[in-house]
Design a protein around this ligand. Sequence first.
Ligand SMILES: Nc1ncnc2c1ncn2[C@@H]1O[C@H](COP(=O)(O)OP(=O)(O)O)[C@@H](O)[C@H]1O
Ligand SMILES: [Mg+2]
Length: 244
Amino acid sequence: MIKVEHLSKTLGEQKVLDDISFQVASGEIVAFLGPSGTGKTVLLKHLIGLLKPDCGSVMIDGKDITQISQKKQLEMRKDFGYLFQEGALYDFMNVFENIAFPLREHSSLSEEQICQRVREVLEMVDLHDVETKIPSELSGGMKKRVGLARAIVLGAKVLLCDEPTSGLDPIRSYDISNLIRQVVKKIGATTVITSHDVENSLRIADRIAILNEGHIEVMGTREDLLSCPRPFVKEFLKPSSVAL
Ligand SMILES: Nc1ncnc2c1ncn2[C@@H]1O[C@H](COP(=O)(O)OP(=O)(O)O)[C@@H](O)[C@H]1O
Ligand SMILES: [Mg+2]
């Protein structure tokens, strides 16, 4: 479970996060929506300890990760999968080696076990015959799938996905969103997604939060959001409400 309390962070002159509190239950998918520059990525980085808050706490399964030693933090990160916005695959490694990398770094599996695990996660993200391709030979959607496979290969208890549909056309965005839901519900990962993709987020997340100028405007189920009377929320959801 993730429990964030009174999290604040100023970067440069800007108070990017201003007294944010929320919880994500075990196995739940929560999406953070908001216009670009509202602090979605900054928030995700706090959840994995890449940024330290000015004040507030980030509890992961009862441990405040802002208070533990760097060594413990690195240890804990093995339980985290992080799907980066740009995919962040290693250009010089093929798909197999990209996905095998965390296993080689953080497990003592044999070569045969590594092969088996890589095949297993490729199957989960519905990719076939791509093991020897290098990232530049893959489409945008396939890169995201490889990124997802790599993020879950160590068995992510917590999965963080930064803008998983950015740069994709509507059909690929729909597909990768469905795939994320399918995969995380299968492995039971506690999942936080950031996105500006309103329709797909409302469709696949269990709960959704809308960030605005450093605070949470609203957090709840799709129905809660669609019936929220706050002007900012109504305006933010407007283009998609017709299609829902
Ligand atoms: N390392 C940094 N130093 C200074 N400002 C930063 C840094 N990282 C992010 N910011 C600022 O914080 C704000 C939120 O950024 P970000 O979380 O990337 O937005 P989002 O992901 O919602 O588009 C932006 O105004 C950005 O310029
Ligand atoms: Mg971002």
